[in-house]
Design a protein around this ligand. Structure first.
Ligand code: KG4
Ligand code: ZN
Length: 359
């Protein structure tokens, strides 16, 4: 009886994620319960190409999306009749995959007469800490993934002020490209982390681009170039030498992230008088970076939330949860929504100085 009452008071959203190489579906309730989540990855297929091939990814999404959604319902013991809304990643991302996800979500919403929510993939990452830890607004967000490295002040769903971004490569790209240089395979982040366990982080001297800069922007491309040049020059290509390179790269990326985040924390406290830091995106799964950020948070008297690794990398639970945030504000999306390959969280942010206009 009690169970039934709880059910009726809660709303349930089906979330769909398909913006890169993961096809994912999840069922999340408005009381922050993950009823089920299911992910199928095509990463193994892309590995032989050294990165995601958009056309292959789109076909994979199309082939598997129905099965993934069925699996999410089966795991939760629910049916389509139990859900109150459908949310899908509407961008940014590889457009073929985003089309597959949004078309599927729109079809379900239309057929069942349910609200549809087109979710910004980055916002999915940005709001995950509210699903896992019910953190209140505002908070400072370090968003570190394969395509983005940004520091954002989060004032509410849809309300972001960008403090910093990368001028070239993203932190995840630095891991991925570094791993490619060292022959450690794709995706590079987990491979570098594993290899680094056996290595000495002081063995290879690498630069710390933009360390000490007076703004909050990042740069990582010089790091990859320096690593490639040193690796080419070294005669010792043994596993232990490779581990030293991996550990040194990881330490350099961590140093840059810590330095830029410290700067943003100062700006954030000045602006909001609050001290909350959230980390999101695939690179947040890195244990060394997590440990360093914990120390930084302590030093700066900030509360820190790092969601569990499976919710830091791409998933559909974060998309369903963002759907709840918009449902609570009664802001569903029209069914004629067009997927967006580019979709900045703060569209008013000026481009970073120097070369890039990376948003
Ligand atoms: O957020 P995400 O799953 O996908 C994007 O939206 O980009 O992030 C993927 C990125 C990849 O660059 C991957 O190498 C990196 O996150 N990554 C890691 C770790 N796990 C994933 N980087 C460092 N350490 C990890 N443990
Ligand atoms: Zn992502």
């Amino acid at each position: 009886m009690k169970e039934q009452i709880v059910r009726r008071e809660q709303t349930i959203i089906l979330g769909i994620e398909s913006s890169c190489d993961e096809t994912a579906a999840a069922l999340i309730s408005s009381n922050r319960e993950i009823l089920s989540h299911h992910i199928a990855s095509s990463a193994e297929i892309h590995a032989s190409f050294g990165g995601v091939v958009p056309e292959i990814a789109a076909r994979q999404h199309l082939d598997i999306i129905d099965t993934v959604i069925e699996a999410a319902f089966a795991r939760a013991g629910l049916t389509m009749a139990d859900i109150d809304g459908v949310a899908a990643t509407g961008g940014p991302g590889l457009i073929g995959g985003v089309l597959v996800g949004t078309m599927t979500a729109k079809a379900i919403a239309h057929a069942k007469g349910l609200p549809f929510f087109a979710i910004n993939h980055l916002e999915g990452h940005a709001l995950t800490a509210r699903l896992t830890d019910a953190i209140s607004f505002p908070y400072l967000l370090l968003l570190v993934s394969g395509g983005h490295t940004q520091l954002l002040a989060v004032y509410g769903a849809g309300q972001y002020k960008r403090l910093g971004t990368t001028m070239d490569d993203a932190a995840g790209e630095a891991f991925d490209k570094g791993a490619a240089v060292l022959g450690l395979g794709y995706p590079g982040g987990p491979a570098i982390q594993k290899a680094a366990l056996e290595g000495d982080a002081r063995a290879v001297r690498l630069p710390r681009p933009r360390k000490g800069a007076k703004d909050c922007h990042f740069s990582f491309s010089g790091l990859k170039t320096a690593l490639a040049q040193k690796w080419e020059k070294t005669e010792d290509k043994s596993a232990s030498s490779r581990a030293d390179f991996a550990a040194s790269l990881q330490a350099a990326i961590a140093d840059c992230l810590i330095d830029r985040t410290r700067r943003a924390m100062q700006e954030f406290v000045d602006k909001t008088n609050t001290g909350q830091l959230v980390i999101a995106g695939g690179v947040a799964a890195n244990l060394e970076i997590g440990t360093r950020l914990k120390t930084l948070a302590k030093e700066m008297s900030f509360d820190l939330v790092i969601p569990p690794a499976y919710l830091c990398t791409d998933n559909a639970a974060m998309i369903a949860w963002a759907g709840h945030e918009y449902m609570a504000m009664d802001r569903d999306t029209r069914l004629d929504f067009a997927p967006r390959p580019r979709w900045p969280l703060d569209s008013d942010a000026p481009p970073p100085p120097g070369r890039g206009v990376r948003i």
